[in-house]
Design a protein around this ligand. Structure first.
Ligand SMILES: Cc1ncc(COP(=O)(O)O)c(C=O)c1O
Length: 376
């Protein structure tokens, strides 16, 4: 267990003054690095203006408005209304309610090995018996299909309000679908009047080398969900849809979905600074090169497979028993990695996008040393 007392860029420092290179970004959060100066300044400025005031539509809050505008400017025209919340799970709940309300249907289809969060609705969509068994009953009417498997799409029917799916599966250990799979998903949703909800809480906000992971697949969702990396280290999440769709939450009852702290002005200001930093520093341009460098350097007989899209990577080993001592050894040597919730034999690598080529070389050298020195 590390006691971190400070973090800056790609480094964290513990209570004994030992430095660690962070290869997981607080699980896909610190995409632009820890305490990016633009984010810290935006937070300080907003703290000097106002903190929480009121969120139920009575007051206009410019940090929220500016953020929503900046986000929709990055998206296809159809996705032009942003509902700001505090976290990924909360945003998933909002997206589920929106789909139920807009379609008038109540069933959901999600994917095997998916993770959508820990609240009851999000957990119902998630697929891991370990996480669910002591909390049943779950939401009724949720079924699970194999991710990336077109043959299963028939389970999406006229009764399905939404197909909820991670554009890149995170906790399953970085699993991607083919372009043709995604085309079929879109077709099936259109055929059955099912909303396509893409969960980009982990894979969005630049992680895969595009701002939004769905851009890899010529695909436009009906509802897009974001959080984690969106806040630059501050808590925030959102679901995004077309204005005509979103409007159903404004009537019968008027406050169809509410959250006291949703889109907190300090988080919204931090999030806008995060997005602007990604754009102004052109952080996405080097992601592919950095991914390629990791892949070139991480070669070892004990590594079975490397799965990656951008800087979202899974390094597969034979088993948890092989991997765990390697992760422990790497931490001892000053590099923090992790495994995945539903794939404990793959090492998670998701560094801040600002990581330099030199830092990648150092990190890979330490990982290879850890593989050699780990006691397994
Ligand atoms: C793909 C995905 N969806 C949803 C969530 C839940 O987000 P939060 O922890 O902010 O509630 C996570 C968190 O790890 C996630 O990775």
């Amino acid at each position: 267990m590390l006691e971190i007392v400070s973090a800056d860029g790609v480094f964290m420092e513990d209570i004994d003054g030992k430095k660690y290179l962070d290869l997981i970004s607080g699980i896909g959060v610190s995409n632009i690095g820890h305490r990016h100066p633009a984010v810290v300044n935006a937070i300080k400025n907003q703290v000097d203006q106002h903190l929480h005031v009121m969120v139920y539509g009575e007051f206009v809050q410019s940090p929220q408005v500016k953020l929503a505008k900046a986000i929709t400017d990055t998206l296809p025209k159809k996705l032009n209304a942003v509902y700001l919340l505090n976290s990924g799970s909360e945003a998933i709940e909002g997206a589920m309610k929106l789909a139920k309300r807009y379609t008038g249907k109540s069933e959901f289809v999600a994917c095997k090995n998916s993770y959508h969060g820990s609240s009851h609705g999000a957990l119902s969509l998630s697929d891991n018996e370990n996480f669910k068994q002591n909390y049943r009953p779950m939401l009724p009417g949720v079924s699970h299909v194999r991710f990336g498997c077109s043959d299963d799409l028939g389970l999406i029917t006229e009764e399905t309000a939404a197909f909820v799916v991670e554009t890149v599966q995170g906790e399953a250990g970085v699993k991607v679908g083919s372009k043709s799979y995604w085309q079929k998903v879109r077709q099936r949703c259109d055929q059955t009047g099912t909303m396509l909800i893409l969960d980009e809480i982990q894979c969005g906000f630049g992680r895969t080398g595009n701002l939004w992971a769905f851009e890899h697949y010529d695909l436009v969702p009906d509802i897009l969900v974001s959080a984690k990396g969106m806040g630059g280290g501050m808590p925030i999440g959102c679901f995004i849809a077309n204005q005509d769709v979103m409007t159903v939450l404004t009537n019968n009852p008027v406050l169809g979905h509410i959250s006291t702290f949703g889109g907190h002005p300090v988080s919204a200001a931090a999030s806008l600074a995060t997005l602007e930093t990604i754009q102004e520093e052109k952080l996405l341009e080097s992601v592919e090169e950095k991914q390629a460098l990791f892949k070139k350097l991480l070669k070892h007989p004990k590594i079975k497979e490397v799965r990656s899209i951008g800087l979202m990577m899974a390094i597969e080993f034979e088993s948890y028993n092989v991997l765990k001592p390697i992760i422990d050894k790497a931490i001892e040597l000053g590099v923090v990695t992790d495994w995945f919730l539903f794939n404990d034999y793959s090492m998670r690598i998701a560094p801040p996008l600002i990581i330099s080529q030199e830092e990648i070389k150092d990190a890979c050298q330490i990982i290879l040393q850890a593989i050699d020195e780990a006691s397994n």
